[in-house]
Design a binder for this molecule. Sequence first.
Ligand SMILES: [Zn+2]
Length: 93
Amino acid sequence: MDKEGWTDNTMNSIDWTAHGTYLKTIPFNKKVNVVKMCHDWQFNKHRAAMFEESDDNLCPLICKEEEKKLHHLRCTKQPGATSITRDLADIKR
Ligand SMILES: [Zn+2]
């Protein structure tokens, strides 16, 4: 918890049963991606620039925004952006 900077409030706000149930239903490679996203371990241009593996931190889909945490869910150039936006709106309800 300290390593991730999560608070008790964050930990208590997670439906761990639903999280665990979902993880058991998906293939291993998707599970890896979900866990990486939860812990902000996904590789992106922001991280590449941090480790000097890239000269810039801009989105490779040329949307002119910085590619950082969860950008792929908001990027307007992402294939399927319309359905992603719709699905996120459904989750927020
Ligand atoms: Zn983008």
